[in-house]
Design a binder for this molecule. Structure first.
Ligand SMILES: C[S@@+](CC[C@H](N)C(=O)[O-])C[C@H]1O[C@@H](n2cnc3c(N)ncnc32)[C@H](O)[C@@H]1O
Length: 330
């Protein structure tokens, strides 16, 4: 179904790095981490896949804000945010992340396309909701900077949109500290965890930017399939949505084996091999995550088929490994 009342197409997604690269072996983060101090993990099968160059510590590129501390980052383990950045063609990843990416692409050669389709789904969903008058967005599990970011997606339609970003990864945090400020320009970054929604909802920066008495869009894309059931994602979503005014919406993606089953299962197995949990959910399980929320048209559909801007090719349809849905709180 085409989006009749949405905006025109934006530039396609591309990862960005706020600063030029200074070392091909590490991230181009302005707040690159110190040499690893954490104990070495056991060498996994993933580490044998590539002969990429060894890590070297990077010098800070410029002064950091008072009180800032370098993030503690385990560079020996692949991390969701950095693997995703690698899949999207970004520069903010370490050797373990590149090795994990290699393993994932062997399992599913179309995974880069799936990641881009997820960013495109997010853009269409945010643009649609901004076009419907929603002005407040809370993007949980933000990821490393990608262009367009959620606030750029929203402001392409609604220039006054306010966007709070939330992530629990220190490298995402360090980028965000450079790119965003604490609400002054209508964007802010909160160092928060989806699994602690009560604490998140109390965050003073979040509350200074987002008025929960007015409708809010809660964005949770590319995150839920990394949360097993024992992390109780449905309960956290309910806590978040209960705090939101009627007319609020939830934007969600969820990995599934309902569609391209073999690709989805191979992808999930490869993530697990990299010690990243991956829980695929069927349509009933994803709808359960929504609780009382009502999916808006076209409902729960393969991600690329949610209000597409053009025809979705048969090839793309055949490779879908995630659902996309936007649901409304009445
Ligand atoms: C695959 S990226 C998705 C990025 C973006 N949402 C998108 O759809 O393009 C997943 C992000 O979720 C973050 N994340 C993972 N677990 C989280 C948690 N419990 N709370 C907050 N963020 C989390 C990771 O650090 C990473 O940046």
């Amino acid at each position: 179904m085409a989006d009749q009342d949405g905006p025109g197409p934006l530039p396609s997604t591309s990862p960005v790095s706020p600063l030029p690269p200074n070392d091909p072996t590490g991230p181009t983060s302005p707040s690159s981490p110190p040499p690893p101090t954490s104990p070495k993990r056991p060498v996994s099968s993933v580490t044998q896949l590539s002969s990429l160059p060894a890590m070297s510590p990077l010098a800070p590129l410029f002064d950091t804000p008072a009180g800032w501390r370098p993030p503690t980052v385990d560079t020996d383990a692949a991390h969701i945010a950095r693997v995703y950045d690698c899949l999207l063609g970004g520069k903010d990843h370490f050797r373990a992340d590149r090795q994990a990416t290699e393993l994932l692409l062997r399992a599913n050669p179309h995974l880069r396309d799936a990641c881009r389709q997820q960013r495109d789904f997010l853009r269409r969903a945010v643009a649609h909701l901004a076009g419907a008058g929603l002005r407040q967005f809370v993007d949980i599990g933000t990821g490393l900077p990608a262009t367009p970011s959620t606030h750029q997606m929203a402001r392409a339609v609604e220039p006054g949109a306010r966007v709070a970003y939330v992530d629990n990864d220190p490298i995402v945090l360090s980028h965000a500290r450079v790119l965003l400020n604490d609400g002054a320009d209508g964007t802010a970054f909160i160092d928060g965890d989806f699994r602690s929604p009560e604490a998140l909802l109390q965050d003073p920066v979040l509350r200074s930017l987002i008025d929960f008495a007015e409708p809010v869009v809660i964005v949770v894309t590319g995150l839920l399939h990394f949360l097993p059931d024992h992390e109780t994602p449905a309960r956290h979503l309910k806590t978040l949505m209960d705090a939101c005014a009627p007319g609020s919406h939830l934007v969600l993606t969820a990995g599934t084996a309902d569609l391209a089953a073999d690709l989805a299962r191979a992808t999930a197995a490869a993530y697990r091999q990299c010690s990243i949990p991956c829980r695929l959910r069927d349509d009933r399980e994803v709808l359960e995550l929504l609780g009382d929320l009502e999916p808006i048209a076209p409902g729960l559909v393969p991600m690329a088929e949610w209000r597409p801007e053009g025809a979705v090719s048969r090839t793309v349809r055949a490779r879908q490994i995630a659902y996309g849905v936007v649901a409304r709180k009445d």
